[in-house]
Design a protein. Structure first.
Length: 86
């Protein structure tokens, strides 16, 4: 495969991607912090994980596999710990 037709991203595109990445990280960290407090019923914590995934896919459409690979294990570990699963 050749690089014909590919162009380097502009500074604006890079900045926008960086902003999206920060927003996602904030959303994930906030959700993890809320779940870690242990005040939510399990069902609501599960809904929070689902909502966070939705936010991620709005920011990065088509990246379901990336979310599942990077963030799902963090949420699963925390849910197992807080709700004493397994």
């Amino acid at each position: 495969m050749t690089d014909v037709g590919k162009r380097a991203p502009t500074k604006e595109e890079i900045d926008e991607e960086t902003r999206k990445g920060r927003r996602l990280q904030i959303a994930v960290n906030l959700a993890l912090s809320i779940i870690a407090q242990g005040d939510l019923p399990f069902e609501e914590a599960s809904e929070l994980v689902t909502a966070t995934r939705r936010v991620a896919l709005q920011l990065f459409p088509g990246k379901e596999d990336a979310f599942d690979l990077i963030y799902r294990p963090k949420f699963q570990r925390l849910m197992n710990q807080v709700y004493r699963l397994q």
